[in-house]
Design a protein around this ligand. Structure first.
Ligand SMILES: [Zn+2]
Length: 238
């Protein structure tokens, strides 16, 4: 199983960076999140993304925004010549995508550009040949999931966006690679939705995962304490 970090920026882009997008390759090609800047990166080399399935962790723009240009390219551009990828959305996501499409003046174009599915709570599903298990996490009042992806031999856990919760360590339990956000310098004073680097490291230690890769980190907040930081273009075996 191979992981390529397409975009690792937080809710605002780092200099020259793309927002959330992680390509997992094995028997198929699975894209975890599709934030602004991801489509252009995926077009490098391939002309149009050769992706079997896309999984969206939640509906904040930095995790789904490039579905909009993707739909345009699928309707009027080079995407016309490609089979639409599966698009796995959080519960209720199909209606939400439809409503967003109407609000943005696209009619059904947004939803018609993908083969829509919704995942349900903690029920595992198969996408791009991988077994994917969602876990609901804590991201303010937004319904948000982390994803555990396995090919039966290797396992990647991806936090998406979350504040501290014991479910994070469960998500990453004994995983080969834990891709975990660390957006903050200090904890939010009230409702939690992101992690500090120390909190990401705590979840990693509790999980028993083998390797921690920190992501969704503003470049203004350098990472200390020897943690491994994801960067756009990083490719690694899981
Ligand atoms: Zn985010």
């Amino acid at each position: 199983m191979k992981l390529t970090v397409i975009g690792s920026s937080p809710a605002w882009p780092n200099s020259g960076g793309a927002q959330s997008g992680y390509l997992v390759e094995g028997t198929g090609r699975l894209l975890l999140d599709c934030g602004p800047g991801v489509l252009a990166r995926l077009r490098n080399g391939d002309g149009w993304p050769r992706v079997d399935a896309i999984v969206i962790t939640h509906f904040h723009l930095d995790h789904w925004g490039d579905l909009v240009p993707w739909a345009f390219g699928a309707a009027f551009g080079p995407g016309r010549h490609f089979e639409p990828p599966e698009l796995w959305l959080p519960p209720g996501g199909s209606a939400r995508l439809r409503a967003l499409g109407v609000q943005l003046g696209f009619g059904r174009q947004l939803e018609d550009s993908f083969r829509l599915h919704e995942y349900h709570g903690a029920a595992a599903f198969t996408a791009a040949g991988f077994d994917v298990t969602p876990t609901q996490l804590s991201h303010y009042d937004e319904l948000t999931f982390g994803m555990r992806v396995t090919d039966g031999e290797r396992t990647l856990a991806y936090s998406g966006d979350t504040g501290p919760t014991p479910r994070l360590a469960e998500l990453a339990r004994d995983a080969d690679l834990f891709l975990c956000e660390a957006t903050l310098d200090d904890p939010e004073p009230a409702e939690r939705g992101h992690l500090t680097a120390d909190e990401a490291a705590d979840a990693f230690r509790s999980s028993g995962a083998h390797r921690l890769l920190v992501t969704h980190r503003p470049e203004e907040l350098p990472l200390n304490s020897g943690l491994e930081l994801a960067y756009d273009g990083l490719t690694t075996e899981v």
